[in-house]
Write a protein that binds this ligand. Structure first.
Ligand code: ASP
Ligand code: MG
Length: 407
């Protein structure tokens, strides 16, 4: 007997038929002798519609009311799934975030989970009842409903798995697992049997959208055994696990990309302490996340250039806020480009095998793709390129690292 958290995303509960299918899957897991807690998202499209309504009624909305509105999608799906389970003879009840409770901080619309009191859930799981838990929501210190940010149900599921000390957290989704790259642009992409937490984190932050990044970080911190699998097919998915479990086969695991990047270069800045702090301080103030940063000396050594990348949707706000402090910073020029993509090669092999960067750069140069910025971490190399070359770069790298071949 094991204690298992099963999480079903929006497409998996997209209509009543699918909700009935989910109920059957849960029933199978219960009949196999397991204790089961299910976390569900809102039915596909629901959260988008709720957000649209919130924006249309008034754009300067109170984030507490926004949370009151957008959390309702999950309330519907937990109720429906509980009834579907009861109808096929499974003892089940629904739980909203505040009922458990999932205690969060007070950052309404992007709250973080601080504590889960799972006593009652554990008591009922022990008695054989299935807990159907609303993802994405919690209760803030002000006593009001909070939500965790888009895709937050993954994080709810992992947090619950940690709180009830689950043996496994299965994330059911509309794909079969984690792929070596995006199958929509590379037909030869292959489902991975396993991947390490760190690789998964890099994949998620480099643009692969299977799991919310925060959920992976949380699973890693609490050593939650995570599996990503399809809710439509009966096949094994991808295990996300500690590196020790696969020490023998360090490899290149995947190619990730994000085609929605932009790049800004502040040209001719005085080369003195405090300049970078001022630029990135101004961006932090308006909550803009910067990704890669490169500082280079210009020909005249009194001056320096700073280049950074960011999400394309943040470009204009970033440009405006830096222009606002032009006099103070005393730079010559601000260049920007909104047609940029980031392509990353990811794998634990980089820790031990030299030459992976060289290989990557050769492949891109063979295809005449110019790398504008390069950055590396222990298990990732990322480059910025012209967005039009994204597909070519991803396919060529996938081939060059032999990712279509099983391990
Ligand atoms: N329903 C929320 C969203 O669409 C949370 C989730 O699906 O994970 O973002
Ligand atoms: Mg999701």
């Amino acid at each position: 007997m094991a204690r298992i958290v099963q999480k079903f995303g929006g497409t998996s509960v997209g209509d009543l038929e699918r909700i009935r299918n989910v109920a059957q899957r849960v029933k199978l897991c219960v009949e196999a002798g397991n204790q089961v807690a299910v976390v569900v998202s809102a039915m596909a499209g629901t959260t988008n519609r709720l957000i649209e309504w919130a924006n249309q009624i008034g754009s300067m909305h109170d984030a507490r009311e926004y949370d009151t509105i957008v959390s309702t999608g999950e309330q519907i799906s937990v109720g429906l799934l509980s009834i579907a389970l009861q109808n096929i003879g499974v003892d089940a009840r629904s739980w909203l975030g505040w009922q458990i409770p999932f205690k969060t901080d007070d950052f309404h619309s992007a709250a973080r989970i601080e504590e889960i009191n799972a006593k009652e859930i554990i008591y009922r799981l022990n008695k054989g009842q299935v807990a159907v838990v609303a993802g994405f929501q919690g209760i803030a210190p002000d006593g009001r409903i909070s939500t965790l940010g888009r895709g937050g149900s993954d994080t709810s599921a992992v947090a619950l798995a940690a709180a009830i000390d689950a043996d496994r957290c299965d994330i059911f989704t509309d794909v079969e697992g984690v792929y070596t790259t995006d199958p929509r642009i590379m037909p030869k992409a292959r489902k991975l049997d396993s991947i390490t937490f760190e690789e998964m984190l890099e994949m998620a932050s480099a643009g692969a959208r299977v799991l919310q990044t925060r959920s992976v970080a949380m699973a890693m911190r609490h050593s939650v055994n995570l599996q990503v699998l399809s809710s439509f097919k009966e096949s094994p998915g991808t295990l996300v696990q500690n590196e020790e479990k696969q020490m023998e086969k360090q490899k290149v695991s995947g190619i990730a990309y994000s085609a929605e990047e932009a790049k800004v270069t502040v040209v001719g800045l005085p080369d003195k302490p405090g300049i970078a702090a001022r630029i990135f301080g101004a961006l932090a103030e308006i909550h803009i996340n910067v990704d890669m940063i490169v500082q280079s000396a210009s020909t005249d050594s009194e001056k320096t250039d700073i280049t950074f990348s960011l999400a394309r949707s943040d470009l204009w706000d970033a440009v405006k806020s830096i222009k606002n402090i032009k006099e103070e910073l005393d730079f010559e020029r601000l260049d920007h480009d909104d047609n940029i993509a980031k392509v990353s090669v990811i794998g634990t092999a980089m820790r031990t095998q030299p030459g992976i960067a060289k290989r990557m750069f050769e492949v891109l140069s063979d295809k005449q793709i110019n790398m504008q910025v390069i950055s590396t971490s222990e298990i990732k190399i990322s480059v910025l390129i012209q967005a039009d070359y994204t597909e070519l770069a991803v396919r060529s790298l996938h081939d060059a690292f032999g990712l279509d071949r099983p391990d």
